[in-house]
Design a protein around this ligand. Structure first.
Ligand code: EPU
Length: 419
């Protein structure tokens, strides 16, 4: 098992180009199933979750290859509609293939997806939406067996009880080739949804309203392949901004998505960092000790503060001057990184969805274990700001979402190695 060894205490400084978005690439790769031709996806990050998606594509009969952050997917031949449990368990986004395979073939067999352990992560909204679109869904021996009795899904009016990102994506993927019009009320507004819709439009789909809470999809008989550039990863961006902030450093992020990162920037600015943006660049300078964030930080669906950035911001606030309070409203178990931060000297009290952080003057190095993707990234940040050496195990979690994190840290002058 690999580990990251980090000698903390260095101010990070430098310029980095942001990776492409994991959470856009995964549904877009699933969307390629619908095209029946060749899709060229540029700026696709090379991550273990992306390789999991490509294994699913290859299993279905598509051809998928990577070279220098470009994925080329040819979905001319789909000869399998069942995704084995082993592939489903590799990541949460495997469930997004349900809508895509149904849209292409009118049938599919999947099972419960894997992914980070962030509490219970049901798929009831996905299944109920598929049923509304005329899909017969049965669960048997752990398998979810779906088929469209009429050969094809039909359009429907769907009101989501919560703006679920995955359910919104699955409905869109199933609806773009369905018979008739689908309307999603209370749809997720995350930028990655708009990126998926941008890709599908480039393939000939008719979708409007993405980025708002009511998406309208007019089903088309056929889509075609396209060339598409994946948006930058706003959460990786937030991670590198928080990482630099907690080391008292300075960074220029290039190829960033400025407006999409705004909900995070507006909170990070309250710590006293200077942050300026121009075109697709974000500049951050962090001087002496950070200040605690005065208002409670509530994670919310976009455009609220992103749950995916909660852990990485916390890694900066543990050494800020004063008390900061988080309220985690999206997942019921997303504070698993706090034990590691406490082991490093942080003062954190967790009670249900609330975490109270009393800033300490410094952290010290420790042997710690990543328990999920963003929690693991927060440990890297904390280790970089700590005095002494830290050893982080469980880094396969981090590799799911950060492209060669040690190279990025080294480029910024951090002392890190993978062993
Ligand atoms: N939920 C249900 N039923 C459903 C679907 C969701 O109860 O049928 C609940 C979930 O249990 C959770 C909440 O709704 O409590 C939000 O879930 P959502 O469906 O919005 O999340 P997701 O699609 O599973 C995506 C990202 C997550 C990100 C969330 C929220 C991908 C691959 N994953 O997950 O990213 O935290 O949206 O923004 O896009 C990460 O990148 O580290 C990550 C976990």
């Amino acid at each position: 098992m690999q580990k990251l060894i980090i000698n903390g205490g260095k101010r990070l400084r430098g310029e980095i180009k942001l990776q492409g978005s994991k959470n856009s690439s995964l549904p877009i790769m699933a969307g390629a199933v619908l095209c029946g031709g060749e899709c060229v996806l540029n700026n696709c990050p090379e991550l273990t979750d992306i390789y999991s998606a490509s294994r699913i594509l290859n299993h279905l009969g598509c051809k998928c290859r990577f070279s220098e952050n470009t994925a080329v997917i040819n979905s001319a031949d789909i000869n399998v509609t069942e995704i084995p449990e082993k592939l489903m368990r590799e990541m949460r986004s495997s469930i997004i293939f349900m809508g895509a395979v149904l849209g292409r073939t009118g049938e599919c067999i999947v099972s419960m997806p894997g992914g980070c352990e962030l509490g219970s992560r049901p798929i009831d909204m996905h299944i109920s939406a598929m049923r509304k679109m005329g899909i017969d869904v049965k669960e048997s021996h752990g398998k979810i067996i779906c088929h469209a009795p009429s050969g094809k899904a039909h359009g429907a009016k769907i009101s989501l009880p919560f703006p679920s990102v995955g359910a919104t994506e699955n409905i869109i993927l199933c609806a773009v080739t369905a018979d008739g019009e689908t309307i999603i009320n209370n749809s997720a507004r995350e930028p990655e949804i708009s990126d998926l819709c941008g890709f599908l439009r480039a393939c000939g789909a008719e979708i409007s309203g993405d980025g708002e809470s009511r998406i309208v999809i007019k089903g088309k008989n056929k889509l075609h392949g396209c060339d598409y550039r994946i948006m930058p990863d706003r959460i990786a961006g937030a991670t590198y901004l928080a990482m630099t902030a907690c080391t008292g450093g300075e960074i220029i992020l290039t190829d960033a998505c400025v407006s999409e990162t705004e909900p995070f920037i507006s909170v990070l600015e309250q710590t006293g960092c200077t942050i300026t943006t121009y075109d697709n660049r974000i500049y951050l300078r962090s001087g002496s000790r950070l200040k605690a964030v005065r208002d409670r930080i509530r994670t919310m669906p976009h455009p609220g503060f992103p749950t995916d950035a909660q852990a990485v911001l916390m890694s900066a606030l543990v050494t800020a001057d004063g008390v900061s309070v988080f309220e985690e409203n999206i997942f019921d178990c997303r504070y698993r990184h706090t034990d590691a931060l406490v082991k490093m000297g942080a003062d954190i009290q967790v009670l249900g969805k609330i975490a109270v952080i009393k800033g300490v003057s410094r952290l010290h190095g420790a042997e710690i274990q990543a328990t999920d993707l963003r929690g693991g990234a927060s440990m890297v940040n904390a280790a970089l700001s700590a005095e002494g050496t830290s050893e982080i195990s469980g880094i396969h979690h981090i590799d799911r979402g950060y492209e060669k994190i040690e190279n990025v840290v080294r480029l910024l002058g951090g002392d890190i190695r993978r062993v």
